[in-house]
Design a binder for this molecule. Sequence first.
Ligand SMILES: *Cc1c(COP(=O)(O)O)cnc(C)c1O
Length: 402
Amino acid sequence: MNEHGTAASSLFPTYARFPVTLVKGEGSWLWDDQGNKYLDFMCGLAVTNLGHAPEQVKQALVRQLDELWHVSNLFHIPNQEVAARLLTEHSCADAVFFCNSGAEANEAAIKLARRYHQQVLKNGRHEIITFSQSFHGRTLATLTATGQDKVKEGFQPLPPGFKTVPLHDEAALEAAISEHTAAILIETVQAEGGVNLVEPAFMHRVAKLCKEHGLLLIVDEIQTGMGRTGKLFSYEHYGIEPDIFTLAKGLGSGFPVGAMLAKAPLREAFGPGSHGSTFGGTPLATAVVKATIETMISEAVVDQAADAGQYLLARLRDQLADNPFVKEIRGLGLIVGIACDGAVGDLVTAARDRGLLVVTAGPQVIRLLPNLLVSRSEIDQAVDILVGLLAEQTVTTRGSNA
Ligand SMILES: *Cc1c(COP(=O)(O)O)cnc(C)c1O
């Protein structure tokens, strides 16, 4: 066994882990067990939106640890009521179901959509339309919904009732709608799929088709929600209102929790006994959700994220304008992709060696996901490291072509 525990690990090798062991985090910074310091521009994959160990959230968790950790959802859980009220007051939704992860939130959304059509409208519809390059999770239903073959390999047979069409292809979308269609499930920014922004005109078409055909519009806000894009929920950028949307990642500032939210007419489809989760919305998890949302609102975190995102995009566009290896810089708020003309895996490794943590989004896109309170000086430091690396990349690429 080596010092990172990879050779003789007792874990399934589901993750190709980096050779780094992080042991402490504070704000935008992480430290490894060798004492090296890293600027965190991945945030546990868009999870630690308030930075590491945010004080207000930590205090709420510690207070709750002294009181009560877990009770069954057969009892009233005041934190859950308050957290749900905060979410509905600040969104288009009227009802919240708490769960423990993003995949579970999307499972709940898929189940609610089917049950609403089948039990409330009594029309038997069940099919969900999704888009290529999307990512919706790793459970059987959510990997089937995901528009990427690599997550489906070896898991046949997949559950029926899902259709995937190319993003931005209105004709294919219309052709996919039938009397069986229950809902359209979409991300506003395909995060795992390459930081692909959905064009407003297409999103409006999706919303319109849902209205015309009596379909439910489900927006997967698991990565884009909780302020990440410079709005509390990314659908706000489009002036649309989903019937259902899902949250996880940033919802608990690092504490595992997810949620499925829906408009009032859908409430009755999830009556007693229809759906559930032992750990969904425990007093601990919902103390954290409550403190996370309260912090976001009291400190205008979402506006700060919007400003920081504009600054980051502008800096990258300015500094990388003449770099031939960079094809496009795109983003919404603080989810930013640098699309390159080749594989970026080595660049991500090189960035880590220089003290900057970033992640890929597909093989050719570097994805930046700093926390929402990131400072301009931290952005400058990250941009300097990336610009330096991409300049060297250009030199080596030219060298190898010669
Ligand atoms: C991460 C993610 C999921 C899955 O969330 P898990 O908590 O890993 O189950 C689903 N959809 C999107 C858009 C995501 O980014």
